[in-house]
Design a protein around this ligand. Structure first.
Ligand code: NAD
Length: 734
């Protein structure tokens, strides 16, 4: 064997080898070209050396591995385009297919090499790494609380192409296997064992010894599916049992994806076809689908946004380089209401000391009680211990006294959305904190530059905009006011990193980035309602377009009175042309005349009956001046309206300099408001469609529906020049 760089390989006196995966200079093992080369050498050495009985594969790091290096897969796509240009499509396809199935062939070689392999897993073992484990003849997982196995490829628009679909479908009942592949969940060790995906669970420091013992005890080097007369757990596809599974599986696929995710369809096809074939052919079928999916715009867009860009933003891509790392230990949260309580909880969960202030001791305590209820929920789910709760609550100090903020490095205010109340809070906080502390506002609508006028040190004043519920939503918008300095931005970014959320940095604007797009989505739903589109059709069009919920449902979650309040405030400040009067009237009717505020009072566009699913309020039809015949409506146009209106708003934020990096609009739109993830985000939606085609679509909508579909100048120019948002950003950076 030539020198191994990514593995240590040792054989003990009993002839049992241990390959310890430990890539130099990386915190996490990933599957790269070099790793595949070395793994191949290890397999051939084990297979060819009569003195070696078998081999244990384990990791020298805390985690086993996060899976394949997705940038390598992106590289395959680029190589394909290059080869297609020089040698033609067929030659490029042949090469692409061979390259994209390398991992699958390697794992199959391991499985059939004649010597037993055991995976000894601790920590994260996901994607391609778990496919490696599945190809091993035996799997032992450690009971370490951090151990997780799974095949999450679907989350980036891919599916397991290293044999995962075939092995899982031969280890589990078909229905369970499909569900596991569709959901891409990370499984805890005991769950994985109960599902038949690993054979044993053992303490971390015993997994390698147990793996060796399994080999020494004569563990078989033949996978169950290579034993003649093997029967899959659910039997044959063409059987009465199979017919109980496949027709509903198709229906579930449609219901869950609205046919927007080619990778999910490929999973269905790959399992369905593969189960009817012997393993080698089945793997070839899987590889064919994998090569096809890897080249879809959905996979390319999702890998770029949800893996690469998100990773870069999480690692501080937008952090001002000259500011030394901050050492945040103590944060203040002023306003212990709905948002403040959530902010206190996530901060304390990250190990920060929290000073939680409200007008009364009871209000502050109520905010802390929220943290108590959340961590108790975690304990009930087995995700935390009572000692964690005690420690977390001990980190939250409640008070009404601003003097307690003295040693805070960062103070976040989440008091009422009223400029006067906020100005008073700013004054009181600044009187109490040290000269280096940063002040942040969690306002959702008030421009930061205006609020900072109440500050004596506007360079240390920044917006940190959370989404609700704080503990669940992964996005945080950091808003740069006109005077906000680099240190405030860096502090905000360091804080967001500590609480393990994803930050985007945007320039000041009414509604910042996310809420502008969300507002456009909700308004479009209201417009449709007033046009006479059946409410259920509006909601379904939203979901079919790829949004997590329809616009009316989303409005119920946000609260209808909040929308009305914002509309009234906007009209008062910017004049009657700044709002949509039909929408205002609709909200006035719902909120003021009908007392329907949304989910919070169980009455909004939907009714929320106790103990039963929500249902659209029958009274909505009486608010419609006309009612259109659903058969006369074009569902594709409704879907387009709902996405295009948001993408146009995103394009405007770029034109206005609110968004300065397309990665942030894309990541922000998916994490912040669930913009159809298969598109890769609101700007990728335009880029992948092509600016010219998008502009044509928007202009056709403008002709029918008015100026909210008018195309901003930056996008018109892009359509003329054949440019893209990402191309423009690259040019600017160069
Ligand atoms: P809330 O009414 O639930 O909480 C506000 C809290 O601030 C109350 O507990 C109140 O007693 C306290 N408070 C008011 N004046 C105070 C003062 N002078 N000193 C100390 N405490 C004071 O409101 P919320 O929904 O948590 O919103 C708070 C802020 O967060 C607002 O600026 C809002 O725009 C913003 N925000 C809200 C959401 C959301 O979905 N609710 C999302 C993002 C941002």
């Amino acid at each position: 064997m030539t020198d191994l760089k990514n593995f240590r390989f040792e054989t003990d006196a009993d002839g049992i080898a241990v390959a310890t995966w430990d890539m130099p200079g990386r915190s996490m093992n990933v599957i790269t070209e070099a790793v595949m080369d070395e793994l191949s050498q290890i397999i051939e050495t084990v297979a060819g050396d009569a003195g070696i009985k078998g081999c244990v594969i384990t990791s020298g790091k805390d985690n086993f591995s996060g899976g394949a290096d997705l940038t390598m897969l992106q590289g395959l796509g680029r190589a394909y385009e290059a080869l297609k240009a020089t040698e033609g499509e067929e030659a490029a396809m042949v090469r692409f297919f061979e390259e994209s199935r390398r991992l699958s062939l390697l794992f199959r070689r391991l499985e059939t090499c004649g010597k037993p392999f055991v995976a000894a897993i601790s920590g994260i073992c996901l994607g391609g790494a778990f496919e490696l484990a599945l190809a091993c003849h035996h799997r032992i997982a450690s009971d370490d609380p951090k151990t997780r196995v799974g095949l999450p490829e679907i989350k980036v628009g891919l599916f397991p192409g290293g044999g995962g679909t075939q092995r899982v479908a031969r280890l589990m009942q078909t229905g369970d296997a499909l569900q596991m592949l569709f959901k891409g969940e990370q499984l805890r060790p005991l769950m994985a064992r109960n599902m038949g995906l690993v054979h044993a669970v053992a303490p971390k420091d015993e997994i390698v010894a147990q793996a060796k013992a399994w080999i020494a005890g004569g563990g078989s080097a033949v996978a169950p599916w290579d034993v003649p007369k093997f029967k899959a757990p659910s039997g044959k596809v063409y059987s009465p049992a199979g017919m109980m599974i496949w027709p509903p599986a198709n229906a579930i696929y449609r219901r869950e994806t609205h046919d927007n995710y080619p990778a999910a369809k490929a999973i269905l096809a790959s399992v369905y076809e593969g189960l009817q074939l012997p393993m080698d052919l089945a793997l070839k079928v899987e590889s064919r689908y994998f090569a096809k999916i890897l080249r879809t715009s959905e996979a390319q867009a999702m890998i770029r946004t949800l893996f690469i860009s998100m990773g870069e933003l999480n690692k501080g891509a937008r952090r001002p380089k000259d500011v030394p790392p901050t050492d945040l230990k103590r944060v203040g949260v002023v306003g212990a209401g709905f948002m403040g309580a959530g902010v206190a909880y996530v901060s304390a969960s990250a190990g920060l000391e929290v000073v939680l202030i409200d007008q009364t001791a009871e209000a502050a305590e109520k905010g802390k009680a929220y943290a108590h209820s959340l961590i108790t929920g975690q304990i009930n789910k087995g995700r935390a211990k009572t000692a964690d709760r005690d420690a977390l609550l001990a980190r939250i100090q409640t008070t009404t006294d601003y003097a307690a903020l003295k040693d805070c490095d960062l103070v976040i205010e989440a008091v009422f959305e009223d400029p006067r109340v906020k100005a008073e809070v700013i004054r009181q906080v600044e009187a109490a904190i040290g000269p280096d502390a940063v002040f942040a506002s969690n306002t959702s609508t008030l421009p930061i530059t205006g609020l900072a006028k109440a500050s004596a040190r506007p360079d240390q004043f920044v917006g940190i905009h959370f989404f609700s519920p704080v503990e669940k939503m992964m996005l945080v918008e950091i808003i740069k006011g006109e005077a906000t300095g680099d240190r405030a931005i860096a502090t905000a970014l360091d804080y967001v990193r500590l609480i393990k959320k994803t930050p985007i940095v945007v320039n000041d604007s009414r509604g910042f980035f996310a809420n502008r797009c969300v507002t456009a989505y909700i308004l479009e739903g209201h417009k449709m309602l007033l046009e006479g589109v059946p409410p259920a059709m509006i909601e379904n069009a939203g979901k079919m377009a790829g949004m997590p919920v329809g616009p009316l449902s989303l409005n119920d979650e946000v609260a209808l009175d909040l929308g009305l309040k914002i509309a009234k405030a906007t009209e008062a400040q910017l004049g009657p042309d700044a709002i949509d009067h039909g929408q205002k009237q609709l909200l006035v009717e719902l909120v003021e005349n009908q007392g329907r505020l949304g989910r919070k009072n169980r009455k909004g566009f939907y009714d929320y009956p106790e103990g039963a699913p929500k249902r659209l309020w029958p009274g909505l039809k009486d608010l419609q001046p006309t009612r259109l015949d659903p058969d006369s409506l074009d569902i594709e146009e409704l879907k387009h309206r709902l996405l295009v209106v948001q993408a146009l708003e995103a394009a405007r934020t770029v034109g206005e300099g609110v968004i300065t990096d397309p990665r942030e609009a894309d990541v922000g739109s998916i994490l912040g408001f669930g913009f159809a993830p298969f598109t890769g985000g609101a700007l990728s939606y335009i880029d992948f469609m092509g600016a010219a085609a998008f502009v044509e679509l928007a202009q056709a909508l403008e002709a029918h529906h008015g100026p909210r579909f008018s195309v901003p100048e930056n996008l018109l120019a892009m359509a003329r020049d054949g440019g893209t948002f990402y191309g423009a950003a690259r040019q600017q950076a160069a």
